[in-house]
Ligand binder design. Structure first.
Ligand SMILES: [Zn+2]
Length: 133
């Protein structure tokens, strides 16, 4: 059995992308929950935002805004190719030319920058937008 502090360290290593104050609130919410149903566990395992929904108010913490939010977590499918992705291209609005972004939007209606994309797709779409492929 691990102590709460050790569990927190373990938890922090899994969810490095969650900002520290939010991580504190989320961990506290999970810690205070006496049990989870099987479906709740499945939901949390497949969607980090459902983990973040567990956040509670705690000193030095921050309850994250999860509504309409997309999280680019390692292993989640890329919205363009659907393959599990470990290398997301973030901050696409600054990293890519707007004509490349428009080209992706044309090919994937409903897609936008906040959904991200894997580095392979970004390379392919850059070339395709330039007419190379
Ligand atoms: Zn992709």
């Amino acid at each position: 059995m691990l102590r709460k502090e050790d569990r927190f360290k373990e938890f922090r290593s899994w969810y490095r992308k969650i900002p520290a104050p939010q991580l504190k609130s989320v961990f506290e919410g999970l810690w205070q929950t006496s049990f989870f149903t099987h479906s709740e566990l499945i939901e949390m395992a497949s969607d980090t935002l459902r983990v973040m929904d567990r956040a509670v108010d705690v000193e030095g913490g921050e309850v994250p805004e999860t509504e309409n939010k997309v999280m680019l977590m390692p292993g989640f499918p890329c919205p363009l190719c659907r393959f599990p992705t470990y290398s997301w291209v973030e901050d696409m609005g600054n990293k890519l030319e707007s004509y490349v972004l428009d080209f992706i939007r044309e090919n994937h209606p409903g897609w936008d920058i906040e959904f991200g994309a894997c580095d392979r797709c970004v390379e392919v779409y850059k070339l395709r937008a330039d007419g190379v492929m």
